[in-house]
Design a protein. Structure first.
Length: 248
C-alpha cells in the first residue's frame, strides 16, 4: 500500500522539553491508522505539526509526494489534509449549517462551488453525520456528542484525502460511542478517506484500525497490527498495563 503521508526526522521542543524526537512515519493510502500513547506522549503535538498549527524544529513532511513542511494550514487543507479537534471548535454564535459552509468553500482547490452549491453540499454532509435536523440550531446549543459530529462534518466538507481524528470518543456514552464507530467506518467506505485516529479507547482501535503506532516521550515505540502492538512489552509498560494482555 503506497504512503499518502510521510515524515522524516520530525522533532519539536517546548522550552527544552522534547515533545517529538526524530519521528518518521508512513500513513498508507486507504488505511485506518490508530495513534496511541500516554498523556504527554506527543500525539496531539504530532498532529498539530502535520496539519501546520505548529512548526517542527527539524524534519520534512510529504503529502501525496508533495513537500508540505513549511506550508500554512490552509494550503495543506487545499491539498487534502483535514482534522478534528479533541475539544470541538465551532463558531458558537452561528447555526450548524453556517459552521459547515466555510469548509465546503475553503477545501480542495480544484473544488470551488458557489454559495448555493456550498449550502447544498453542507446540508448533505450534515445529513451524513446525522445532524440534518440540527442545521438551524446555534452551535452553542449542541451536546458534546453533537459537537463531535459537527467536527466530523466540517472536516469532511473540505473533501480530504487524509483525516486526523482526535479522540472522537471522549465524553460519549456507550450508545453514542457505538454510533461514532459506525460513522467512522461509513466515512471510509463512502468517501475513501485515509484516517489517522488518536484514541484512548484501545478496544475501539483494536476493531477499527488496520495498524497502530504507539508514541512515548515523543518517540515511536511500536508500529504494527493491533494485536502485535497490544502485546508489545514497551507499549504495555508505557501505556496499556499488564492487564491488557487478555485483548492481544
Amino acid at each position: 500500500m503506497a504512503a499518502l503521508l510521510e515524515t522524516v526526522n520530525i522533532s519539536k521542543r517546548f522550552k527544552g522539553i522534547k515533545a517529538l524526537q526524530g519521528v518518521g512515519l508512513r500513513i498508507r493510502r486507504g488505511e485506518t491508522l490508530g495513534l496511541i500513547g500516554p498523556n504527554g506522549a506527543g500525539k496531539s503535538t504530532l498532529v498539530n505539526v502535520l496539519c501546520g498549527q505548529l512548526a517542527q524544529d527539524t524534519g520534512d513532511i510529504f503529502l501525496d509526494g508533495v513537500e508540505i513542511s513549511k506550508m500554512r494550514p490552509h494550503r495543506r487543507c487545499h491539498l487534502g489534509l483535514s482534522r478534528t479537534y479533541q475539544i470541538p471548535r465551532p463558531f458558537p454564535d452561528l447555526v450548524v449549517l453556517q459552521n459547515v459552509i466555510p469548509s465546503v468553500l475553503c477545501g480542495k482547490t480544484e473544488h470551488r462551488p458557489n454559495l448555493e452549491q456550498a449550502t447544498q453540499e453542507a446540508q448533505a454532509f450534515l445529513e451524513f453525520v446525522g445532524l440534518a435536523d440540527k442545521q438551524n440550531v446555534e452551535a452553542r446549543d449542541l451536546t458534546i456528542y453533537e459537537l463531535r459530529l459537527l467536527e466530523l462534518a466540517r472536516s469532511l466538507a473540505t473533501r480530504p484525502k487524509i483525516l486526523f481524528v482526535d479522540e472522537v470518543m471522549a465524553g460519549l456514552n456507550p450508545a453514542e460511542a457505538d454510533t461514532a464507530v459506525a460513522l467512522m467506518s461509513s466515512i471510509k467506505e463512502t468517501y475513501g478517506v485515509t484516517i489517522c485516529w488518536i484514541e484512548h479507547v484501545m478496544s475501539v482501535l483494536m476493531e477499527a484500525a488496520q495498524r497502530i503506532i504507539a508514541l512515548d516521550y515523543g518517540e515511536i515505540i511500536a508500529d504494527g497490527p493491533p494485536g502485535e502492538v497490544a502485546d508489545n512489552q514497551r507499549v504495555i509498560e508505557a501505556y496499556l498495563g499488564s492487564e491488557w494482555r487478555q485483548y492481544a
